[in-house]
Design a protein around this ligand. Structure first.
Ligand SMILES: [Zn+2]
Ligand SMILES: [Zn+2]
Length: 335
């Protein structure tokens, strides 16, 4: 199992494989993806994950052992899941705002960069599914990031025209989910390699290094600006830039989280006199997980080109070193 000993240093350690308790599943990991949160944690640590910590949270695999009382799954079953599940008892769960469940973060599963991972009862009962043979373990591992994106897209109600700031994996996943719903999003990016992969998906991205992004978006939206703009970079400068791309009365969605304590500045007149709505989607609900599962299982979107590198577990340090150097989009660790 891979342990992030301190920012920038990953070590492989022997894992003690515990038998699953009642309601739990032990899963042999087959594919575990990297995402922006993992890279941020690798670079500077994470408040929810004090080091040394296991990490990795986007994965799929095979059931290796079944806890007492689990009837839905058997040893050997290929499964796909997300790493959290709501408690179904708190104030937020009662409002169907399960993404804000007060127990979500304290019960999440971390440590997918390992041979085995244990799923708690809540995940087994609510957010774990059989993986059909028609999709690969790599595709199945997209269930978690795709659930975030489905939740995000559902928080934006106005979407005649949508601009997406950020050409990374989350930007592209947003564009793919929107396209599946009949909306051709305007992707705004600044990295040659990523703009190229957006083009290979058939998008016509705005290269913000070469053109004024706000002017380019206005030009493609009848001079008004986009109905909605979704920020997918998690940088302060992009947050602050986002309102300049939206039309009067449109929606700004701040999807990419910033570190606690970050401050951002917006032009108050733009927000108030132009009635710009601001939403800030976080995480996902079990409903979003189900929609994301259907998108993958019915192969309505093709996620595999987002994986640019694959490594065995013992090369995980190289995987993060390359991502840290700005290479590639998502790496797949295959223990
Ligand atoms: Zn709850
Ligand atoms: Zn993720």
């Amino acid at each position: 199992m891979a342990v992030l000993v301190e920012p920038g240093r990953i070590e492989l350690r022997e894992e003690v494989r515990a038998a699953p308790r009642a309601g739990e599943l032990l899963v042999r990991v087959r594919a575990a993806l990297t995402d922006g949160t993992d890279l941020k944690t690798y670079r500077r640590g994470h408040p929810q994950m004090p080091t040394p910590t296991r990490f990795g949270h986007e994965f799929s695999g095979d059931v290796a052992a079944v806890g007492e009382g689990v009837s839905e799954f058997a040893s050997g079953d290929p499964v796909m899941c997300v790493h959290t599940a709501p408690c179904r008892a708190c104030f937020w769960c009662a409002q169907a705002e399960e993404e804000l469940c007060e127990r979500l973060m304290s019960t999440m599963v971390l440590g997918a960069y390992a041979d085995y991972v244990t799923l708690p009862r809540a995940v087994v009962e609510q957010n774990c599914f059989h993986k059909p043979a028609g999709i690969s373990y790599r595709e199945a591992a997209f269930l978690e990031p795709l659930s975030c994106v489905v939740h995000s897209v559902e928080m934006v109600r106005q979407r005649g025209s949508v601009a997406i700031v950020g050409d990374g994996a989350f930007g592209l996943l947003h564009a793919l989910v929107l396209r599946e719903r009949g909306i051709d999003a305007i992707l705004v990016g600044r990295r040659a390699e990523r703009l190229e992969s957006a083009r290979s998906y058939g998008f016509d991205p705005v290269d913000a290094r070469a053109t004024d992004a706000a002017a380019a978006v206005r030009e493609r939206t009848g001079g008004r600006g986009a109905d909605a703009v979704i920020e997918c970079t998690g940088t302060q400068s992009a947050w602050e830039e986002t309102p300049s791309l939206v039309r009067r009365g449109g929606t700004v969605s701040l999807f990419g989280g910033l570190a606690a304590g970050s401050r951002v500045a917006f032009d108050a007149a733009r927000l108030h006199y132009d009635e710009v709505r601001v939403v800030s989607p976080f995480h996902f609900t079990p409903r979003a997980v189900r929609s994301a599962r259907n998108l993958l299982v019915e192969r309505r979107i093709d996620v595999t080109p987002l994986i640019t590198h694959a490594y065995p577990l013992h090369e995980i340090a190289d995987a993060f070193a390359r991502l840290d150097a700005g290479e590639g989009m998502k790496a797949c660790i295959e223990p």
